[in-house]
Write a protein that binds this ligand. Structure first.
Ligand code: NAP
Length: 427
């Protein structure tokens, strides 16, 4: 089993999230072993959620990047220029692969760095730079190469989406919701990069450059944020059946690639309109695909670190892997049948014979197996004197609802077998 050795520069949210993932890598499905050679940040003694005392400390990120033991330099400091850019360029010069989550760096200097990496024969990977835990970069770059993309659009800033969603849902002003978002950690103490649309613009420019094989020119990206969106706008749009969201997009036109970020209104049935809270979503439209949409956590230590780790996993060689991604050192697991004590709420539909006591017999049968009713809806009897009843149960075991269903099927007051469908509790 091969080992890949990391130098990690930046020990903030994402850096510490990555160290935590490296430390519990046996739970993951990596092709080999990942080892941390050394770490670097501004301050060595800062209180961090992970213990870094076992790792070699480097005061300077560039020195870490140059260290002969390092195979992969992981840049998690941030900033489009300065130490991040310098250290990444040093790493490439010293023929190290680079993995970064830094969208500002890639949006501003991605293509120059790409040229340097290609000349040095190393990889430069930045899955985490766009939409955090949503694996859109690789999907767009690798899986969708057979698609002629016409538009890539999405909600790429969780803070802005949280603000507009919460304003509409709670009826509170932009300032009030922003203040709460800062307290909850959904927004930075200085939210300018997010609310101005600049963060989403960095990500959109990266996606557009990949989708349309275009030279990334950030100076052509038009950027408008959510600062001017008032509660009144959201409410009035809502009454017209519209949602207002900050949309980042790249569109292929006859003249070239148009990349922009701005609040946009869309029908409530639109796939992007239904993405609420701090989630990110990206929709890729193209021929002959139609459209595909990916949604998930666009930020946060864990999700973002998982994307960084996904890039690191690509750097194991040889690259040939089993089609199911399995390796001999992975934990062996087997398929088993689902257990009857698994608990859930259920949708149950039964057909009641149109006669007195039918409904009572149904609730008695359910109660006999410990199944209680949360909601109940009954329709009038149809021409065949059958009246459909739909029930949402409280949480119960699969075994209990199946036993109750068998009991119902045997009753004279119930016509045919009831329909039992598990309710997926995922939000
Ligand atoms: N947070 C997310 O959810 C998320 C999602 C996607 C992408 N990203 C990107 O991931 C990167 C890191 O984000 P983060 O949220 O983890 O940032 P963070 O919490 O602010 O951490 C930044 C880290 O970099 C170190 N650092 C900053 N400037 C430095 C310098 N000049 N020299 C050496 N070290 C320096 C800091 O050192 P100290 O600890 O000593 O201060 C800190 O450890 C950024 O590019 C960000 O855009 C973040």
């Amino acid at each position: 089993m091969k080992t890949v050795k990391l130098g990690i520069a930046g020990l903030g949210h994402v850096g510490c999230g990555l160290i935590e993932l490296v430390e519990r890598q046996t739970e993951l499905r990596l092709p080999g072993k990942v080892e941390i050679v050394g770490v670097s940040a501004r301050s060595r003694n800062r209180n961090r959620p992970v213990d870094i005392s076992n790792y070699r400390w480097f005061d300077d990120a560039a020195t870490l990047a140059e260290d002969p033991e390092v195979d992969v330099f992981v840049e998690l400091m941030g900033g489009s220029d300065g130490p991040a850019k310098f250290a990444v360029e040093e790493a490439i010069k010293f023929k190290k692969h680079v993995v970064t989550a830094n969208k500002a760096l890639i949006a501003m200097h991605g293509q120059s760095l790409e040229r340097q990496a290609q000349a040095a024969g190393v990889d430069l990977m930045f899955e985490a730079a766009v939409a955090g835990g949503v694996p859109i970069v690789r999907v767009l770059r690798d899986s969708l190469t057979g698609v002629s993309v016409t538009r890539v659009a999405g909600i790429l800033n969780g803070t802005c989406n949280y603000l507009t969603t919460q304003m509409l849902e709670t009826g509170r002003s932009y300032d009030a919701v922003l203040e709460e978002a800062q307290k909850l950690g959904y927004a930075e103490a200085d939210p300018t990069l997010d609310v101005s649309g600049m963060d989403a613009a960095h990500k959109a420019a990266i996606l557009a450059s990949i989708a349309f094989t275009a030279d990334l020119d950030f100076s052509k990206v038009s950027v408008k944020g959510v600062e001017t969106v008032e509660l009144m706008d959201l409410n009035l749009a809502d009454r017209l059946g519209l949602r207002i969201k900050l949309i980042a997009e790249g569109v292929l036109t006859d003249e070239g690639v148009v990349c922009r970020v701005a609040p946009m209104a869309m029908k409530t049935s639109h796939p992007l309109a239904r993405v609420n809270g701090a989630l990110n979503t990206v929709r890729v439209e193209g021929d002959p695909l139609g459209a595909v949409t990916l949604t998930g956590p666009g930020a946060g230590a864990g999700p973002t670190a998982s994307a960084v780790m996904g890039d690191i996993a690509k750097l194991f060689s040889p690259t040939a892997r089993s089609p199911f991604g399995r390796a001999a050192h992975h934990k062996a697991r087997t398929f088993v049948a689902g257990k009857s004590d698994e608990r859930s709420a259920f949708f149950l539909r039964a057909k009641l014979a149109d006669r007195p006591g039918a409904l009572a017999s149904l609730s008695e049968a359910l109660a006999a197996h410990g199944v209680s009713i949360d909601k109940l809806l009954q329709d009038s009897a149809d021409d065949s004197d059958v009246s459909p009843v739909a029930i949402v149960t409280h949480e119960c075991s699969r075994g209990d609802i199946d036993a109750a269903s068998d009991r119902l099927a045997a009753l004279e007051t119930i016509v045919g077998a009831p329909q039992v469908i598990q309710i997926d509790a995922a939000e």
